[in-house]
Design a protein. Structure first.
Length: 227
């Protein structure tokens, strides 16, 4: 897990890249029909998202309590695997969509860190003889903050600055969903007491909050630039 000083370094480097990018010529944006309408629909994704509409967790895998852990602990790990899987899917789009250097760097960081965290969660579940979501199952799960198929298609179709704006807006909402999942874990009686899951969940909370801060700054920069 990343410690706080490392997260601070990432935040500083992303913000520096964002400031530097403002001095570069603006990237070409592929014209889109109804772009203004799309912007109005996407901008409040992180601020006004109805997380309650995303609380269903799809087909649940078997989960049992054991020595030092609860069913809620197991569910958290299973569901966070699916949540991370979608963030990776979003990040994988970036290299071919003409993003800014800062957004590309952020997407690469999210991709690497969340792949590592999925490996940790899979191992945690296996060590406790719990069901591990397959790749196919992970992509069918729906948790707080996750994008719909329509939103994923909208992100996939975007290019240049429009991709940056949608990626940041959607990923902020996605990260806020992860924070809700952490809150749900610690609100469950007896959950989050296992030392490994406690450290992991608190690190997820801290990392996602740091990245939300960075993404909001990048999004604010885009809004200030002439279209």
């Amino acid at each position: 897990m990343m410690r706080a000083p490392v997260r601070a370094i990432f935040a500083i480097s992303f913000l520096a890249a964002a400031c530097a990018s403002r001095a570069e010529p603006p990237q070409a944006v592929v014209p889109e029909t109804g772009a203004d309408h799309a912007q109005a629909a996407a901008e409040p994704a992180h601020a006004a998202m109805d997380h309650s509409a995303h609380m269903q967790h799809g087909p649940e895998l078997p989960a049992t309590a054991g020595r030092g852990f609860t069913v809620a602990d197991v569910r958290f790990m299973q569901n966070m695997i699916g949540h991370h899987a979608q963030a990776i899917r979003m990040s994988e789009m970036a290299p071919s969509r003409g993003p800014s250097a800062a957004v590309l760097k952020l997407a690469e960081k999210i991709d690497i860190s969340q792949r590592d965290e999925i490996l940790f969660m899979q191992q945690w579940l296996r060590e406790r003889n719990q069901a591990v979501p397959s790749d196919e199952h992970a992509h069918t799960m729906m948790m707080p903050g996750m994008l719909t198929d329509e939103q994923l298609a909208q992100l996939s179709a975007a290019r240049g600055q429009e991709f940056d704006r949608l990626f940041l807006s959607f990923m902020i909402g996605h990260h806020e969903g992860a924070l809700l999942m952490v809150d749900e874990l610690f609100a469950s009686p007896g959950a989050g007491q296992d030392s490994d899951i406690f450290r992991f969940a608190t690190d997820v909370d801290a990392d996602q909050r740091d990245e939300i801060f960075v993404m909001q700054k990048l999004l604010d920069t885009i809004r200030e630039e002439p279209r």
